[in-house]
Design a protein around this ligand. Structure first.
Ligand code: G1P
Ligand code: ZN
Length: 540
């Protein structure tokens, strides 16, 4: 074992979901090592225990795994489960931590950010409950990185990650495991595989876009078992640079899938997942199901799925996510919660048994089966609901809107703007919050304007400055917040929502319907003047 002297790097502060930086930043000598040592220093339970390790296969995944294994051995970890070829989806890591009582897991991913030598890399620590470490832990890790002066590493040969085998590195046991098996077994417990495979037997056409990211092998195995032909799975081979694309399932980056689904004789059901397999989108023929609606529809129909036939205990959504799920919770008579953006805030509610389902507008949904969002789970949920209701995705969405009303919803992202400009938009709005209520803009009157603070109902901890929210008397609203996952400049997100009751106009054009709210948001914040942009970079 060697103790290597090091000096702190600035900015090793985990964001919304772990530490994300460019590959160039991560591959500087000692950069990864410092952060990993900070994890071992702040989570002493790892000594003598089991660690789960894997990533989304992006550039630097395998090298990072070899470094972390040697550091784990030097730091007294007893045993490590590593996904074959270093591959484990984020939901699979969460499932493995829980199944095998690990003290934690390290996930190597920058989720939907681009990969390759010029792309991004990331590392995230998940705790023993399988979920992203809470802020108390990530803050401690950050604090440690600021004073770190050495790290411990073993000099050892790289282990062969390609063969399923058990081996040892000094005293530490290493097991290279099938990346898919445990996760798939869990899915087979939750869903009615025979009902879903009957859908495909009866001719339902399907397309899944793995975006050259981690879900390729998972999709091949799971959808293969359901009788889906390989030709229905596109971009299913994981590549270190995701084939040059952003593995972000939205209309911009999942272009191939959207084109198929909006073509004249496109498939009946379309879906995609992201870089590390935790996000999902679902499409019907010529219809993209907004992730906020998806959470609501999953909640309203969960009782039709074997794993959830006991009903839903409660539902949580992140603050910028539309209120569609709240309406379902109200009807079901179960509690609902509004949390800050980021999966870590759902953990306590899930652990405490207060909720069964949770989700975010950013294509994330999941349940209490693990402590991460889960892309393939959400897609299987939809397939199971389609099978049980014997209705298409399009019919299910329309019926839902009729019953609950429609929450028109869209997110406008202003990407790679200078930090100072993004901050000036936020500060400008923050300064006006007290004066906004009562002001009239066209047909809308502002009822409430707040900076969102979350008080965790389980541990009482408080998280401030989680986004600026402006609500109107009509029930419409807009939210501004700064992204915590970007690596270049700042990304300003504007979230727009307008509610239309079930007997109102449900088939309006999405952007047209939201345009008046977007205009008010821009007017109040002087958005265009302050950012120097004429419009958003990405609309989802
Ligand atoms: C984004 C999403 C957020 C999600 C996170 C990790 O974070 O908005 O909902 O939890 O990615 O996938 P942001 O960049 O907005 O901080
Ligand atoms: Zn992701």
């Amino acid at each position: 074992m060697t103790v290597i002297k090091t000096t702190p790097f600035e900015g090793q502060k985990p964001g919304t979901s772990g530490l994300r930086k460019t590959v160039k930043t991560f591959t500087q000598p000692n950069y990864l090592e410092n952060f990993v040592q900070a994890i071992f220093d702040c989570v002493p339970e790892l000594r003598g225990s089991l660690l789960v390790l894997g990533g989304d296969g992006r550039f630097y995944n395998d090298k990072a795994i070899h470094i972390i294994l040697r550091m784990a051995a030097a730091n007294g970890v007893a045993r490590v489960l590593v996904g074959q070829n270093g591959i484990l989806s984020t939901p699979a890591v969460s499932a493995l931590i829980r199944k095998y009582d690990a003290a934690g897991g390290i996930i190597l991913s920058a989720s939907h950010n681009p990969g390759g030598p010029n792309g991004d890399f990331g590392i995230k620590f998940n705790s023993a409950n399988g979920g992203p470490a809470p802020e108390s832990v990530t803050n401690a890790i950050y604090a440690r990185t600021q004073i770190i002066d050495n790290y411990e590493i073993l000099s050892a040969q790289d282990v062969d990650l390609s063969a399923l085998a058990k081996t040892k590195m000094s005293e530490m046991d290493i097991e290279i495991i099938d990346s898919v098996r445990d996760y798939q077994e869990m899915m087979e417990m939750l869903f009615d595989f025979s009902a879903i495979s009957n859908l495909f037997k009866s001719g339902m056409t399907f397309c899944f876009d793995a975006m050259h990211a981690v879900t390729g092998p998972y999709a091949k195995s799971i959808f293969g078992k359901l009788g889906v032909p390989d030709t229905s799975l596109i971009n299913a081979v994981p590549l270190a640079d995701f084939g040059g694309g952003h593995p972000d399932p939205n209309p911009v980056y999942a272009k191939a899938l959207f084109e198929k689904m909006f073509s004249e004789d496109g498939p009946d059901f379309g879906a995609a997942s992201d870089g590390d397999g935790d996000r999902n989108i679902v499409l019907g023929r010529k219809l993209y199901v907004s992730p906020s609606d998806s959470l609501a529809i999953i909640a309203a129909n969960a009782h039709l799925v074997p794993g959830y036939n006991a009903g839903v205990k409660g539902i949580a959504r992140s603050m910028p996510t539309s209120r569609a799920a709240d309406l379902v919770a109200e009807k079901l008579g179960v509690p609902y919660f509004e949390t800050p953006t980021g999966w870590k805030f759902f953990g306590n509610l899930l652990d405490d048994g207060q909720i069964t389902l949770c989700g975010e507008e950013s294509a994330g949904a999941s349940s209490d089966h693990i402590r991460e969002k889960d892309g393939l789970w959400a897609i299987l949920m939809w397939l199971n609901i389609v099978a049980a209701r014997r209705q298409s995705v399009v019919d299910i969405v329309n019926a839902h809107w009729k019953e609950y009303g429609r929450n028109y919803y869209s997110r406008h992202d202003y990407e790679e703007i200078e930090n100072t400009k993004a901050e000036s938009v936020m500060q400008g709005l923050r300064d006006q919050l007290d004066d906004l209520p009562g002001k009239v803009f066209g047909a809308e009157t502002i009822s409430e304007a707040t900076s969102f603070t979350y008080k965790d109902p389980v541990d009482g901890s408080t998280s401030e400055n989680q986004g600026l929210m402006v609500k109107f008397e009509s029930g419409s609203r807009f939210v501004f917040r700064l992204s915590g996952t970007g690596t270049v400049g700042a990304t300003l997100r504007l979230y727009l929502e307008k509610y239309e009751p079930g007997d109102g106009k449900l088939d309006g054009d999405l952007q047209e319907t939201l345009a008046p709210i977007a205009k008010i948001a821009a007017e109040i914040t002087k958005l265009n003047a302050l950012t120097g942009r004429v419009g958003p970079t990405t609309i989802s």
